[in-house]
Each structure stands twice: as structure tokens, then as C-alpha cells.
Design a protein around this ligand. Structure first.
Ligand SMILES: C[S@@+](CC[C@H](N)C(=O)[O-])C[C@H]1O[C@@H](n2cnc3c(N)ncnc32)[C@H](O)[C@@H]1O
Length: 267
């Protein structure tokens, strides 16, 4: 089941969501890039960072959501091309076009958690690199954090349980860092894997945590519910969160957010 996306909701926390892109690209060795692509480019926030890092390169962005691509186009980034396309289709099209385009940098920031079969998809993405190019990936590794555990628990324990059963399994589990290292270094890439937990101060308190996940992890759940059910579900979610998050004296909460990073360089 594919969730629907709202660019407006997503960009509410744009700076926090874009920081991993800056940290990821900062770890890429120097490359005189001519062609770069942002897979799952969303509203173009990650593409802007990619374009700024490689100012001489032709920049492409693909995303399966029309709403996201419309928002990316609305940024009016000179020299960037955006199309609505699913990563699977993009990979298949590349495989069937022998000698098809190769990219110096492929960025996939905060998208592969929605894509199955990492054991196939990561090497397939790396297979689209030009010699010396870099595959750069960041995936949220937060399925066991309270904010995610609670959205699943409330989904499984309410009048909506059967309706939400498929949503509970929408996200792909992220593997261990060693597994990604072995997958890509075993395929011949120079690989750098690390994990970081960000602690995002959210000024709105617990309701800001709800707003954050309305733009990402909650999408598959909310998509399945009527407006009334959404209200009930979110009220229960917010109430459960208040038991897990300490509100700081200034009214904010700290949202812990573990993320896994991978850079794989074509030798
Ligand atoms: C969390 S947003 C990340 C946006 C942006 N890359 C960033 O760094 O903030 C995830 C994006 O992945 C897109 N997406 C999810 N599954 C996809 C797929 N199978 N193919 C292409 N895009 C996908 C969604 O539409 C959404 O825009």
C-alpha cells in the first residue's frame, strides 16, 4: 500500500528534515559531477542541497507523488528537471536501456524506508553510477521509537484495527549497519556507513510531534481513516505521546530521531 503525500504538511519541519541531506553530502569525497539525481526528491528540499553541492551538474529529481513533484517544480530551480516516477520503474527503465544514463551522484534521502527489498534495490541503484560516482542514502531508523511504536499500537487496538492492519506493515524495516556495509562493499563499492540520532527541539510540545508525523510516518494510517476516525485516532495518539515525552520548561519537547547513513563509491 502506497501512502499519499502532502508537500505542505511535509515542509512544516523542512529545516530539520533537510539537515541529514547536508550531513550526508558532506561525507562524499570530491567528485566533478556532471549528472546528479535525487530519488524520492519530495518537495525539492533535498534536491536544492544536491544542486548547491554540485553547481555545474545537470540535476534530476524523481518522486512517485504528484503533489511532491508539483511542489518541487514550484521552487523554480534553474537547470533542474523533475518527473513523477516510481523508483522501481526508474530502475527497470535503466536496466532495459543498455548504456543508459549513468549518474555521478545518486541521492536517496528518507525514501528507501518506503521501498522493499533493500538487498536488490541498493545494488541496483549503485549499478546506475558512473565510474567514480557515489550512491548516498539516508534512512530513518526509528520504527522502534515510541512515536512509531505508539502509532502501530493504537492502530491495532481500536475500531479501525482490521482497516489499519495493512498500514502497520507499510514501512520497510531497516537492516543493521553491518548488513548494508557487507551488501555494498561485497559488490565492490567503497562503503561508509554510520548512524546518528538527532534530537529535534519542537517548540509546539507534543502536538508538534503529531504534526511532524502527519507529514511522514502517519500517512499510511490516516489515509485509511474517515475524517471522524482520523480525529479519534490522532487524539489517542497525542494522549499516548504525552506519557512518553517530557515537556521542557520552555514548552518544547525533544524528538529523538535515529537515522542510518550510507555512502557507496564506485571504484
Ligand atoms: C520523507 S519524503 C523525503 C523527501 C526528500 N527526499 C527529503 O530529503 O526530505 C519521502 C518521499 O519519497 C517518495 N516516495 C515514496 N515511495 C517512493 C517510490 N517508490 N518511488 C519514488 N518516490 C517515492 C514520497 O512520495 C516522498 O516524497
Amino acid at each position: 500500500m502506497k501512502p499519499t503525500w502532502s508537500a505542505n504538511q511535509y515542509v512544516t519541519f523542512e529545516d530539520e528534515r533537510t539537515r541529514p541531506v547536508r550531513d550526508l553530502l558532506a561525507a562524499v569525497p570530491p567528485i566533478a559531477a556532471q549528472q546528479v539525481i535525487d530519488i524520492g526528491c519530495g518537495p525539492g528540499n533535498s534536491t536544492e542541497v544536491l544542486a548547491a553541492r554540485y553547481p555545474g551538474a545537470a540535476v534530476y529529481g524523481i518522486d512517485s507523488s504528484q503533489d511532491m513533484i508539483a511542489a518541487a517544480l514550484a521552487r523554480g530551480m534553474a537547470g533542474a528537471s523533475f518527473v513523477v516516477e516510481d523508483i522501481e520503474h526508474w530502475l527497470q527503465a535503466g536496466e532495459s536501456a543498455a548504456g543508459g544514463p549513468r549518474f555521478d551522484v545518486i541521492l536517496a534521502n528518507a525514501v528507501l524506508q518506503w521501498v522493499r527489498k533493500h538487498e536488490r534495490v541498493l545494488p541496483a541503484l549503485a549499478g546506475r553510477l558512473a565510474p567514480g560516482g557515489a550512491l548516498t542514502v539516508q534512512v530513518p531508523n526509528n520504527l522502534n521509537e515510541p512515536a512509531h511504536r505508539l502509532m502501530r499500537e493504537i492502530a491495532s487496538d481500536g475500531p479501525w484495527a482490521s482497516k489499519l492492519a495493512p498500514a502497520v506493515a507499510t514501512r520497510t524495516s531497516v537492516g543493521e549497519p553491518n548488513w548494508y556495509h557487507e551488501l555494498l562493499s561485497g559488490a565492490g563499492y567503497r562503503t561508509d556507513v554510520w548512524q546518528t540520532t538527532y534530537y529535534h527541539p519542537l517548540p509546539g510540545g507534543v502536538s508538534a510531534v503529531v504534526e511532524w508525523f502527519k507529514g511522514s510516518g502517519l500517512r499510511p494510517f490516516l489515509d485509511k481513516l474517515s475524517a471522524d476516525e482520523q480525529g479519534d485516532y490522532l487524539a489517542r495518539y497525542q494522549e499516548a505521546l504525552t506519557r512518553h515525552f517530557a515537556v521542557l520548561p520552555d514548552g518544547s519537547v525533544l524528538l529523538p530521531f535515529p537515522r542510518l547513513f550510507i555512502v557507496a563509491v564506485h571504484r
